[in-house]
Ligand binder design. Structure first.
Ligand code: ADP
Length: 307
């Protein structure tokens, strides 16, 4: 199974023809309220990909708590490691115009209350049923750092999606087995302008030089590149072309990728097969609008792989 340590939010989204200017009020056309947060999205993606999945994170004591907990459970995610803390559940406040342009304010709230002690308890509680830990950067950096070290210590395969990109303590990388940035995250972290395979391979080596075992850089519609450092210090590079799809909304492609990759690794698949499953899930996620509603299940992923 998979243990996800990360953020849980209620994503409240207003759709209007155009975004309001500063101080202006506009009429909206639609409004949605969904489970979100990179942690929760990846947990849903892993569960839909077929892995027994535990979400470790924090929610508040408000109405949104019930909404996000129900949604996690409906998608098959175990919520025994979700803790309720005083205050309010995290929120992503999103506005989208008719062209799909958006702006977002994320307020962490309960997500800021996740502690290293909670992470240790969750690792211990799920240890005999999990093989893979998924981490992102929407909870306090010190907690992510601790989770990586404790997960590695417990023998889990630690996968870090460094999103949203931010500077991290240098000593985090040695605990990370697999890092999964997209082009802009890889650019922000490494200082190498990443666009396409060649620059992604150079950026991948930046992570490997800091102790990461495998850097998997996703390139949107261009696919992904994997660079793995072997025990003898040599690098094994693989380029993976994307699955051809007609994208309508690329939101959560990266979360679908990482969740399905984690599920495949937890099921014992080989590295290249796990990457392909992640990429098929990412491709399918772009064909449906929204974040959690767009995360594909195992049957859909297998169908695209077989096509
Ligand atoms: P993020 O959503 O984090 O920016 P990417 O856009 O790189 O991540 O997408 C992750 C993966 O999903 C890609 O490596 C690719 O396999 C798949 N994917 C994303 N966009 C497309 C697309 N337009 N066509 C096919 N596959 C896609």
């Amino acid at each position: 199974g998979v243990l996800v340590v990360g953020s849980i939010t209620a994503d409240v989204t207003a759709f209007s023809r155009r975004l309001p200017r500063r101080g202006e009020t506009v009429l909206g056309d639609d409004f949605t309220l969904f489970l979100g947060g990179k942690g929760a999205n990846q947990a849903v993606a892993a569960a839909r990909a077929g892995a027994p999945t535990w979400m470790a994170g924090c929610v508040g004591e408000d109405l949104f708590r019930g909404i996000v907990m129900d949604s996690l459970r409906e998608h098959g995610v175990h919520t025994s490691e979700v803790r309720t803390v005083p205050g309010r559940t995290g929120v992503a406040h999103i506005r989208v115009d008719a062209s799909g342009e958006n702006d977002i304010v994320i307020t962490p709230l309960a997500n800021a209350a996740l502690t290293t002690e909670m992470v240790d308890l969750s690792i211990a509680a799920t240890r005999d049923r999990t093989r893979v830990m998924l981490l992102q950067l929407e909870v306090p950096a010190a907690v992510t750092r601790h989770a990586a070290a404790a997960g590695a210590e417990a023998g889990l395969t630690v996968v870090l999606d460094p999103a949203p990109a931010q500077e991290l303590p240098e000593d985090v990388w040695a605990h990370v087995d697999i890092v999964t940035p997209n082009e802009s995250e890889a650019t922000a972290l490494t200082g190498i302008e990443v666009h396409g395979f060649e620059s992604a391979e150079r950026a991948a080596r930046w992570f490997l030089d800091r102790g990461v075992r495998q850097a998997l850089i996703t390139l949107g519609g261009a696919g992904a590149v994997s660079v793995l450092r072997a025990a003898d210090g040599s690098d094994v590079t693989s380029r993976f072309p994307a699955f051809p799809v007609v994208p309508v909304d690329t939101t959560a492609a990266g979360d679908a990728f990482t969740g399905a990759l984690g599920a495949a690794l937890a099921a014992g698949l080989g590295n290249d097969d796990a990457v392909r499953r992640g990429m098929a899930a990412g491709a399918l996620a772009t064909t449906v609008a929204g974040a959690s509603p767009s995360l594909p299940d195992r049957t859909a992923v297998s169908a695209l792989l077989a096509a």
